[in-house]
Design a protein around this ligand. Structure first.
Ligand code: FES
Ligand code: FES
Length: 168
């Protein structure tokens, strides 16, 4: 098979965490690869590359999406948000703070995707109950935590977002 040359690539433009970006990609480049290898936004993790594990979850126009199932060129004109668009280490979001306080991560491989899934959920459903949280998380696999601390952190974050105490 002939190698792709620069002439086989095309520019794609979208916003990443609120900033406009333009990157040249081949028609087959996945959004995960564009983010990680072309842009250097490595916060989005890649696990299965088959749409199963949810590690690569980002937000596309506010909706959670598996970046390993999306071609980069499909992001043209979209607002892409990744874990880098959440808080900074000295200014975490309530969700990130709750994850830290409730020990909701161990190896952390799943965490970026889970945060983006929950952030999208609370944006559209700020009073989500445990059932809705578990349903939203059903496509994000975690091999370490057993999910209980993740759900506990999510409930605590929901309370904080609603203005109540962080303890669930
Ligand atoms: S890496 Fe995308 S779903 Fe597993
Ligand atoms: S914390 Fe290790 S996979 Fe979730």
């Amino acid at each position: 098979m002939p190698r792709l040359t620069k002439d086989d690539t095309h520019p794609v433009r979208f916003t990443l965490n609120g900033r406009p970006v333009s990157v040249r990609v081949s028609p087959r480049t996945l959004l995960t690869d564009a983010l990680r290898h072309e842009i250097g936004a490595t916060g989005t993790h890649v696990g299965c590359e088959h749409g199963v594990c949810g590690a690569c979850t980002v937000q596309v126009d506010g909706e959670p999406a598996r970046a390993c199932l999306m071609l980069a060129q499909q992001a043209e004109g979209c607002a892409i948000r990744t874990v880098e668009g959440l808080g900074k280490s000295d200014a975490l979001t309530p969700l990130q703070e709750a994850f830290r306080e409730h020990f909701a991560l161990q190896c952390g491989f799943c965490t970026a995707g889970i945060l983006m899934t929950l952030d999208a959920l609370f944006s559209r459903q700020p009073d989500a109950e445990e059932d809705a949280i578990r349903e939203a998380l059903s496509g994000n696999l975690c091999r370490c935590t057993g999910y209980a601390p993740i759900v506990q952190a999510a409930l605590a974050a929901r309370n904080r977002i609603k203005g109540g105490p962080i303890d669930a």
